[in-house]
Design a protein around this ligand. Sequence first.
Ligand code: PHE
Length: 462
Amino acid sequence: MDGNSESRHGMWSSRWMFVLAAAGSAVGLGNLWRFPYITGENGGGAFVLIYLACIALVGIPIMMAEVLIGRQGRQSPVNSMLTLTQQHHRDSSWVLVGWMGVLAGFLILSFYAVIAGWALKYIFSLASGAFAGASGEHATKAFEEFLASPWEMIFWHSLFMVFVIFIIARGVASGLETAVRWFMPLLFVLLAVLVGYGVTSGGFAQGVDFMFAFEWSKVTDTALYEALGHAFFTLSLGMGAIMAYGAYVPSAVSITGTVVTIAVLDTLVALAAGLAIFPVVFANGLEPAQGPGLMFVTIPLAFGHLPLGALFGTLFFILVSFAAITSAISLTEPALAYLVEQHNVKRSRAAIGIGLACWLLGIGTVLSFNEWSDVHLLGEKNFFDVLDYFTQNILLPLGGLFIALFAAWALPKAVTKHQLGLKTAWQENGWLLLAGVVAPLGVLTVFLVTLIGIDNIRNWLS
Ligand code: PHE
């Protein structure tokens, strides 16, 4: 019943290294710009409570499912699923889940790397003092001009991809583990420094208010779907990244405790990000804009008007870049491990191949902000919007749904009991209820609602 005790790709040297690697995957652009904003917009404290419930009831069970499948299979998600379906005589179509993950990771990385490239560029912009005392118009224009120049974007995008390839090519122990061993502690320190800066900026009370004041009136049904969808993306679930990392977890590590630690770390970072960002925004009397506007216009502008702003603004973009790199490396692991296993390609070659292919596809995203911005592929959506929508709203939820169902119902009970260390009937039933019923139903609801559209549903109901 035991899976292999080691993966051929290497192993995390300790439980703590797995925690850092998985937290590195989870903590990314999603935490730093999306979470603070949707929290403020959806009722602050009330939204945070709903989000925590989603993490606990859906995120944690699915993450446990990914880690346990990975650790039992000890291979890339595709081959782990293949081995497990063969060993236990289950339908081979479950393997499609692994393939969907490979595809999702590939597509997400192609645009994630482009946006991460913007963060790299902004390290230098802030360090050069380009935003010192800048007007709102200037900050907006600087961003628009950058977006209008494909060559400049390609330069930063390429630089980011080179970093990613360099890390993943070196393998689990000396590549991934070394990267997270340095970047993650630095990320926590930087974040703490920036929250400290937020406390002294003069806008702290307002920032806290924006994030945490309970406003039940602002909590709508869309808030629930937002919270669940985000819980999913922020924990890197549904595409096998955590499953691939799970294959390298030593057998003695407790999955439940570790997964809870990772989810707590990810949530703390998201909350701290809000406390670093909003105080400086409010200290300048600015409105918190959404998405790219918040990160690349409002934040540089806010730092540009504060004492030592160039220094702390630079640190902020270093933080974003670290967070993006440790997420990006996890996006490649399912495909990379598969190529090494299946085709016996050297890891460094596979890394360069995958990196180049993603880079090439990324050019489509670069052009979506300039030359191709009016090329609509689906309704109003351009190339980048389509990739973003297809991965986040279709591939990830479907992947997560099937991963939870597979772990709860298709794998023999003895395997899950052994992997999760379930002892009592209570524990076993609790697991089945969460992973087999609550999480799948939650994901299915969000999947259908985002696909059909909340407004269409309202129309039918009324
Ligand atoms: N969790 C990452 C973030 O919050 C994104 C991600 C999704 C990374 C899926 C890996 C896999 O930005």
